[in-house]
Design a protein around this ligand. Structure first.
Ligand code: T1G
Length: 708
């Protein structure tokens, strides 16, 4: 068996799975930190201990349970793509289902993926009230490949199975009991309750159902249940195969025998395993977790505990941030200057929750609990006792600096002072306080209560403790933190700025906004850059460019300066909010506008540029290569810790399709040498903005990936 790459996981099956007899019940304990994944050692141990329990005359029942208050988090994702070692999960499941003794799985913590599939092969399943169950394989571009599509469908019916497996969501114990997935919710000590349950099964001569043989929920199924799901989601699922295969497998459970259904599922699983989306999504799974780790800071640097927060600014961002914190259970003081501003902010929060409750995406009780956590206040003195202050006021330097002086004057020693700025200099903001070591950037993305990404922006004077506290805090409120250095645009907006320039250059050369947006949508973005700009409003960028032109840091006469957005704004076309921008709007419906193409012809004529047709494939390559090259510079400059952090930022904050893995992963999939050569050719044709990044050149020359 291969040595464990990071040396933390037990490779010896006797250590990973232990056996003990408790009176007449054989207890098989899975103990494979950190999450009891079903790696080869665990699978070997399980099959060995099951055979031992079956042969043990003292054992009248078999209990499978996990150590460390958790059951099993699924297959070992680190084994994907490698030759399988040891028994398959299905071998273990067969031994469980054929056992002449009751086999019970007792679940705490998480029972996910292969872990839940293992439990579905038991005669009975019991769990603690805090357990979370799910089949999240779709998040990895997969489907449940150990009988989950067959056994779960036979247990709870196709409709409920479709919902659980297509969403990959985790469900709590009460819902699992309601569906019949767990037979008993155990209060108190799980193992004791499970042993007692096992003994009752023996005393009553009960050998529970074998789910793979259940048929009552899969006969006479209305075919529309399946066809409707396919029809409703075909557009959304474009670019991936797993969701379609999941539907196929659940349909198979309603028309094939158990054995045929398992074979059908296995073939579908293999197809998903070989799909590029699977490798991309596994990359993001580990990249997301790696992003939470801060290089160069000792593990002994512990985060400060953050039990309360104050937010300055009850606008759209401040309100969204308040919602995120409140939903994580944190008491939040929401501060603004006037009662009117506060009332508007609270009204916006209440409206957002009402929409979520009406949509069914949030329970009323959860929304009410969150609202109850938000306390609107006026006066900075209210911030004196909080552990964290987040400033979310207008993106104006003087206003932000004034706000930080006032926060600094009242916040308690040791409080963390965070700014939500997306563009201003963190070091400058820190410098107006007496405690620059406690100042950090927490750049949320709008809508802040929905978007997962938070850029944690580190100024030069921020202490290690402040940095790790901010990263841990973002994790604690269920966000995805990415550490960024302090530069213009940090990571995400800096790349957005670069590829926006490239898109504008493509317009000048002959593309249209809608052609570019359609090409990006076909690539997998939910929305193209011009629709996105129209949605955000063109006036903000217009003001920023005017400031930069006034400051002499932007030259509108430069050959590659495309003044289209300026001219749209001059014409009062600020985007969706004014009914016209790059597109014209009927409500929210965007339509291409020939007047915009005419503007482009005019600009090209002024610049003596001959516009002509451009292939969609070239549009995608120009834009992706612009992202990749800027991303490589960002890593070279140590603004990002690693290339995969850029993938995490773009997948969780900028709509980059997860089934593509992120811009840096996309480049590795095409081969860094090929991407480098394309960028070098662009440099020769379009000039210095395409200068290949030193990191890209070095990695391409070495024939290596980003991490060497
Ligand atoms: N395999 C390998 N490593 C895993 C893992 C897994 N399944 N789950 C977590 N880890 C690592 C993770 O990388 C991190 O490592 C550490 O454990 C702690 O994770 C046959 C084929 C269970 C909810 O998709 O959702 O079963 O960073 O930080 O916040 O049909 O981990 O310390 O080096 O996330 O407490 C299906 C994935 C697999 C579940 C716990 N199962 N895991 O969250 O800890 S496919 C999943 C999670 C499958 C079957 C198919 C979460 C968690 P490191 P963490 P956490």
């Amino acid at each position: 068996m291969d040595a464990d790459p990071d040396g933390r996981w037990k490779l010896n099956s006797e250590q990973a799975v232990r056996y003990r007899i408790h009176d007449t019940v054989a207890v098989v304990l899975i103990d494979q930190p950190p999450v009891n994944a079903l790696g080869a050692a665990v699978r070997e141990g399980l099959i060995a201990m099951l055979h031992r329990a079956l042969a043990d005359e003292q054992a009248q029942a078999i209990l499978i349970i996990g150590a460390n208050d958790r059951f099993v988090a699924g297959a070992d994702i680190r084994e994907f793509g490698k030759p399988r070692q040891g028994p398959a999960i299905s071998d273990i499941q067969k031994a469980m289902e054929r056992a002449p003794k009751p086999v019970i799985c007792a679940m705490d913590g998480h029972a996910l993926g292969g872990g839940l599939e293992l439990a579905l092969a038991a005669h009975y399943r019991i769990a603690t009230p805090r357990v979370k169950l799910g089949l999240p394989e779709i998040q990895l571009g997969l489907l449940p490949g150990a009988g989950g599509t067959q056994r779960l469908t036979r247990l709870i019916g196709p409709e409920a199975a479709l919902d659980l497996i297509l969403t990959g969501k985790h469900i709590a114990a009460p819902r699992a009991a309601e569906l019949g997935i767990i037979d008993h919710i155990a209060e108190g000590d799980l193992q004791q309750a499970a042993i007692a349950f096992a003994k009752r099964c023996v005393a009553e001569g009960r050998l529970g159902p074998i789910l793979i043989e259940k048929a009552d929920r899969v006969i006479d199924v209305d075919p529309r249940i399946i066809s409707d799901v396919r029809a409703r989601n075909a557009k959304k699922w474009k670019g991936t195969i797993a969701p379609f295969k999941i539907v196929d497998c659940i349909e198979a459970a309603t028309r094939l025998s158990p054995d045929e259904g398992l074979l059908f599922e296995r073939a579908a699983f293999e197809a998903c395993s070989n799909d590029p989306a699977h490798a991309a999504m596994v990359h993001l799974f580990f990249a997301e977790r790696k992003a939470a780790k801060v290089n160069g800071i000792s593990a002994t640097t512990r985060p400060r505990s953050i039990g309360s927060a104050g937010i300055v600014g009850a606008g759209t961002m401040g309100g969204g941030i308040a919602m995120s914190l409140a939903e994580a259970g944190l008491p939040v003081k929401l501060l603004d200057n006037t009662q009117q501003a506060l009332d508007a902010g609270i009204a916006r929060i209440r409206h957002n929750y009402s929409l979520s409750v009406d949509r069914g995406s949030m329970a009323r009780a959860k929304a009410d609990a969150a609202i109850a956590k938000i306390n609107p206040v006026i006066g900075y003195d209210h911030l004196a006792d909080v552990d964290l202050v987040i400033e979310a006021v207008f993106e104006t330097r003087t206003i932000k600096h004034d706000v930080f002086r006032r926060i600094d004057a009242v916040a308690r020693p040791g409080a963390i002072l965070a700014t939500n700025t997306s563009a201003l200099d963190i070091d400058e903001i820190a410098s107006v306080t007496r405690r620059p070591q406690d100042v950090i950037g927490l750049h949320f993305f709008s809508p802040a209560n929905v978007m997962k990404l938070v850029e944690v922006v580190r100024g030069v004077l921020a202490s290690d403790e402040t940095v790790v506290s901010a990263m841990a805090f973002a994790n604690a409120i269920a966000k995805v933190p990415v550490l960024a250095g302090n530069c213009e645009g940090f990571i995400g907006n800096r790349i957005l700025q670069r590829y926006g320039t490239e898109a504008d250059a493509l317009l000048l050369e002959g593309a249209t906004p809608w052609q570019i947006d359609i090409a990006l949508k076909d690539f997998g973005f939910p929305m193209g850059i011009y629709l996105m700009r129209d949605l955000a409003g063109l006036d903000v960028g217009w003001r920023m460019r005017a400031n930069r032109i006034a400051a002499g840091t932007l030259d509108p006469a430069a050959p590659d300066y495309v003044p289209l957005a300026d001219r749209l704004c001059t014409a009062g076309r600020f985007g969706q909010k004014t009914g016209a921008g790059y597109y014209t709007y009927a409500g929210r419906t965007a339509s291409p506008d020939p007047a915009v193409d005419a503007m482009l012809d005019q600009i090209a004529a002024e610049k003596n540029v001959m516009r002509g047709p451009i292939e969609d494939e070239e549009i995608v390559w120009r834009i992706l290569c612009a992202m990749v090259n800027e991303g490589a510079d960002i890593v070279s400059e140590e603004i990002a810790q690693r290339a995969s952090d850029i993938d995490v930022a773009y997948a969780f904050g900028y709509g980059f399709p997860k089934y593509r893995g992120g811009p840096m992963f996309w480049a590795e999939q095409h081969g860094l040498p090929a991407v480098h050569d394309r960028i070098a050719a662009y440099a020769a044709k379009y000039g210095p903005r395409w200068q290949p990044s030193a990191l890209l050149s070095e990695r391409a020359a070495a024939g290596k990936g980003w991490d060497g």
